[in-house]
Structures are given as structure tokens and as C-alpha cells.
Ligand binder design. Sequence first.
Ligand code: M6R
Length: 607
Amino acid sequence: MCGIVGVAGNKDAVNILINGLQKLEYRGYDSAGIYVSDKDGQDHLIKRTGAIANLKNAVGDDIRGTSGIGHTRWATHGGVTVENAHPHFSQDNRFYLVHNGVIENYEELKAKYLSDFTFTSQTDTEVVVQLVDYFATKENMNAKDAFLKTLSLLDSGSSYAFQLMDREEPDTIYVAKNKSPLLIGIGKDCNVVCSDSLAMLNVTHDFLELDDGDFVTVRPDSIEIQDKNGNLVENRKPFHVDIDASDTDKGTYPYYMLKEIDEQPNVMRKLSAEYLNADGIPEIEPELLKSIKQADRLYIVAAGTSYHAGLVGKNLFETMAQIPTEVHVASEFAYNMPLLSKNPFFIFLSQSGETADSREVLVNINKAGYKSLTITNVANSTLSRESNYTLLLHAGPEISVASTKAYTAQIAVEAILAKALGEADQIKEATEFNLKQQLGLVATGMQTIVDEKEVLNKLSKDYFVDANKAFYIGRGIDYFVSLESALKLKEISYIHAEGFASGELKHGTIALIENGTPVIGIITQSNTAGLTRSNLEETIARGSKAITIVTKSLSKDGDDIIVPDVNSMLTPLLSVIPAQLLAYYTSLNKGLDVDHPRNLAKSVTVQ
Ligand code: M6R
């Protein structure tokens, strides 16, 4: 969603801001802008709707500055217009502000304090910058005090990551954070601000994380953090981001999604190397295993693709660790919590580690004193910091909005954790499961599928590009993969796709089948293969174009996509790959922007 960048004290500030915004493009946005100033009193505000390229063109080569703030906006309050794009400014053009998040009481504040102020946008953010101006002019406060006073008036439910600049202090950025992610980067002779470290890896790899309620004064040679009680924070330790800036480049790939699909075999090998010792035994922090062992039930909480990975995980935890496991959609769980067991343990699955829906649950369960683990791709992300334990996905940056390698990495990490738990209790299903060998087979199997990706391109052209709906069906974990496969197809090809439990078709859904409707059956489990095939036949009898994704040992003449055999608990790691490729090619063949589907954002930081 919205992205933030800032730089204090670098003569290349304009390029740093524009490059940073380009690195944040993947998060999803509809307009962007920068404000820059220099010590000679020159300043510039440039905003554009659409791609960062539009902003870059408008900035041109002549604009210079040593400090500035930038923003990509994903519209919440007010339409997609230049006026609503950030930075917003006070009516006297003294203060400039960018904001991620939502201010809940902005209308009340506007009515109470700003009835005689001239507004240029419909945003909640503009109310904040005008309020800073109000306190600076009417109550004669300096910028910092006026900003702190304004923050004290914001409803506690509000979320924000703010950067404020004052024309009268051109090399200073005031920063405030509550609920929305924000980092301070420690540069050489300059300091930077960003909502995602990927934006600033060209400047620094060392960052300070901020806590809710922190207020920071960022200058070229100093960073001063005040906590929510106004106390100076002396010893906040920086963390190092071990990602090469080039890891976020597409290289020769046309789209990040294809690159990320192709990277999956290596991610499997990496996870095996990171977590399994030479004997194939998982090496997991003993405290984490102990904490989970004390639980009588696991609650996996996640959203979107991560939720689908959680559904697959249920089978792994219940089989190998023999711990009852429930899987919940975060946005539902937060406001409709089920009756919990006596000793619950929570597992948050999140590629970004920033999903607001999941965080809402985490905040609540932390208050209740329950323990939790976050499985995420992003070290030091909010969910990682705020839960008791973290396991990393080691998948490398995932840039495409459609999640692919994070899904398979999440399932692999769940398998590793489930095996570790089962090993600790000598559960046969875990001790006899050679996970190291299986992950090796998975990696090779994935490679075979991605090497033959043209088959999926052809299927896409023959049956999907002109379709207006499509269904994936399966039973058990094949059903869970059907949900994920349908999500991939709908989010980037805009074809109405759904995943169904194949046995449920006859209870209503089959009414949707028309002549030529593509129905893809996922068949990887021997106990349900025959049943899913029968259900597929029922759709063929009603005119569907049936396509099969089948494991080798269950395949028959006429099947379409055969994936290699692996242990039945891990088949989702292979059966999902053709579905990812089918979605990719369908989006590509329809001429759509594969990596930036309409209306979507990579990191969903609002509820
Ligand atoms: O970062 P998270 O894994 O928490 O994100 C959750 C969902 O927003 C995400 O998986 C979304 O569904 C993807 N666009 C799916 O491809």
C-alpha cells in the first residue's frame, strides 16, 4: 500500500527519493509525489497520478535538494488526483507532510480547529498538516511542538507513519509512528527514512526500527528518538538488512512473478540448508518447541495466500506433531474470535510481516498473554518483532503482488516445524519422514515443471484467455491448493475463478458450469483421486473443458499436467506450480500488468 521515503542531508536527495519510490512500486499505488528543499531556501513540490515514471519525468534533471520526503499513495480518503497525492502542505506553504495510515477523527478535528483554513484535497492527511500550521501560527509553537500537539489530538485508533518538513528547518525531518511500519536508515553523512528497507538499500543496510508512539527528529548527522512517554531513547540497536540491492532487480525476466516462480526450487534447497542438519533433523530454537509443546491447540492466523498456506499446514501439524490445529482468516478472527482452547499457541503466517489484519489479532492475543510465532519473509517486520518467536522464509524479496515463492516457502517451513515437534515426541509420522530427501525431490520436481512452462502458456491461450470464469476443484489438501490456484488466477487475470471442494459441486456450484467453462481438477491424493475424477466427469457431462493436474503415480492417459511424485503431505508444493504459471500466462496473454494488478497492493497495511 502507501510507501514512504525520506532523506536528510544528501546532495543527491532527489535521485534517492525517486529510486526509493521506484523500489516501493511493487507495494501498489496510484499516485506519487516528492517535496525537496536545500539550505539555500529553494524548495519544490511535485506530484503526479499514475506511474512513478510520470513523476520522474515531471521532476526532470534540474530540480536539486539536500533533504526531502516522498510518497506513493494507495487511495483511501479521496479519489486518485494530483491534489490528493502526498506530500500535503499547509495553507501558508510552510509545512509538508506524507502519511501512511488512516486518521479516524480527522473530520472532528477539521470542524473544531480548521473551519477558516483553505483545503486543497479530500484527504485525512491534509487535516494533520493544517493542524500543525494552526498550532505553529495561532499558538506560536515551533514545528516540533506543533506536531507533537497535533499527534496528541489524533484518535488512538488512528494509524500513521508520518514525515513532516518545515521550510524554516530545511534539513530536518520529523517522523512519527503508530501502527504503520516505518524505519530510519543510518547513512554515511546523511540519514534516511522508509516504510520498507528495500527502498533505501542503495544508501544503507543499517536500520533502526521504530515502536508505536515513537517521535523522531532526523537530521543529516543525528537521529533523536523520543518514546511515547517523551523519554529520549538512548540505545536502540540498529539491525542489518542482508539483502543485496540487486536481489530486487528483475534481471532479464519480463516480470517479477515469473522470476519468483522460477526461484522456487532454490528456495526449497535454501530452506533445507538453513533449517535441517546433516542428518535431516530440523534445528529449531528449543524454547520455541517447548512453548508449542505446552499448547493444546495451534491457531494459524493469516490472510490471502498465506491463509491458504496455513490450510496446508494444518495437515502437517496434525499428522507429524499430532497437535490439533485451526486455521483462521485474520480479518475475521480479529472481530469474531472463536472460543479458544485452554492453552492456545498462535502462528502468524505473513510474507510481508506487515499485514494489518494479522497484526490486529497479534495485538489482541499479546494483551491476553498468549504466545505466538510469526513465519515471515521479512526479518524485523512488525509481526516478527511483536510475536515471541520468528521463523524466516529465506525466500529473498518477493516483489510481484501475486505471492508465489512465499507460499511454497511457508508450507516448507511449516513442514520443518511440524517435523521438529514430532521428532521431539518420537512421533512415527515425523521420525520416519525423510524431509531432507523430500525437499530435494520437491526442488527437482519444481524445476521440471518450470522448465516445461510453455505447456501452460498453450493451455492458457487455448482455454483461459477468453474465459470469463474458471474453477479449480479438489479434495483435502488438493482443495486447499484449489483455493490458492483460483486466487492466483483471479487476482492477475481478472477472470472470475473459484476453488471448490469437488464433493460440494453437486450441492449447488455445478449450476455454474456452461459449455466450455474451464474446470481444473487437482489430483494428488490416492484416497480421493477417484472421487475427484468422478466429480470432474460430472462437470464434463455439463459441457466443461476439464483439465487435470495429477501426480505421476495417479495419472492416466489423457491427463494434462503430470507433476512428479513426492510424499503426499508435500504435494501442494508441486501441484501449485502449474496453477501459478497458468495465472501468469493468462495475465500476460491478456496484455495485463502481471506484477501490478488493478486495485491490489503487495503489503496490506490497512484493515
Ligand atoms: O504479506 P502477507 O502474506 O500477510 O499478505 C497476505 C495477503 O495480502 C497476500 O497473500 C495476498 O493475498 C497476495 N496478493 C496473494 O497473491
